[in-house]
Design a binder for this molecule. Structure first.
Ligand code: S5P
Length: 256
């Protein structure tokens, strides 16, 4: 029998992973919003209106045209108000020393505000060690990219398997994976799946979509990440509610 999110919280070494499982269970939402807009006010407005529907809000801070440090304070207030975690989708992919600076410093100071970040394992485990040096004491969590949604990507099954092995070495900081399918039955890993829309679809730049049902029920994902499926809809709030209900009902179905 599949464990509930609440049961899985008990297996986590990383306090943030524990908190996220509990948050999902309490708020009853396994939906993440990918808030890929280029304007701060637009992002804050999405966070405020869709915040009640989600457990995680994913940002690409470097696509904002009008970023100022005060934007972060506003976003943090909304994360507190609506109880969601902030995931900066930075996809770190360099040697440990460089990613440590990219994570902690620069104009974005990501480690100060992003509960979750992600990294490619291509450079080897130094990328995880470098990020852990800047994030572990702040009780942050790292997701490793084990698979991607885009066509012709180079993340082979062997690469995914080695990514899982690397994660196991650093299971106090790594909380799970960006993946299309679950990689193992260890209950503490959190699987977040992007490339999700209501129908199997593609965009014209290589993105490939699967449905929430396929992601959660067939592929064993925990959290679906939805961007344009919600933000490009006529009514993003009601669309988010629709995705939330489908994702939660599918999770409940997966428990039976
Ligand atoms: O494999 C991946 C990994 C990620 S993090 N495929 C992805 O699409 N993403 C991200 O998820 C991507 O950077 C974008 O922010 C989001 C998908 O957006 P959508 O509009 O296609 O739903």
């Amino acid at each position: 029998m599949k464990l509930s999110y609440a049961d899985r919280a008990k297996h986590c070494k990383n306090p943030l992973a524990k908190h996220l499982f509990q948050l999902i269970e309490n708020k009853k939402t396994n939906l993440a919003l990918s808030a890929d807009v280029t304007n701060c006010d637009k992002l804050l407005s999405l966070a405020n209106t869709i915040g009640p529907e989600i457990s995680v809000l994913k940002t690409h801070i470097d696509i904002l045209d009008d970023f100022t440090p005060s934007f972060i304070n506003e976003l943090q207030k909304l994360a507190e108000k609506h109880q969601f975690l902030i995931f900066e989708d930075r996809k770190f992919a360099d040697i440990g020393n460089t990613v440590k600076h990219q994570y902690a410093g620069g104009i974005y100071q990501i480690a100060e505000w992003a509960h979750i970040v992600n990294a490619h394992t291509l450079p080897g485990s130094g990328v995880i060690q470098g990020l852990a040096e800047a994030g572990k004491d702040k009780q942050r969590g790292l997701l490793l990219l084990a698979q991607m949604s885009s066509a012709n990507n180079l993340l082979t099954p062997d690469y995914s398997k080695k990514t899982l092995e690397m994660a196991r070495e650093f299971d106090e900081f790594v909380i799970g994976f960006i993946a299309q399918t679950k990689l193992s039955d260890e209950p503490h890993w959190i699987y977040m799946t992007p490339g999700v829309q209501l129908s199997e679809n593609k965009d014209n730049l290589g993105q490939q979509y699967i449905t929430p049902q396929k992601a959660i029920l067939e592929n064993g994902s925990d959290i679906i990440i939805v961007g344009r499926g919600i933000i490009a809809a006529k009514d993003p709030v009601s669309e988010a509610q629709k995705y939330r209900k489908i994702a939660w009902d599918t999770y409940l179905q997966s428990l039976t």
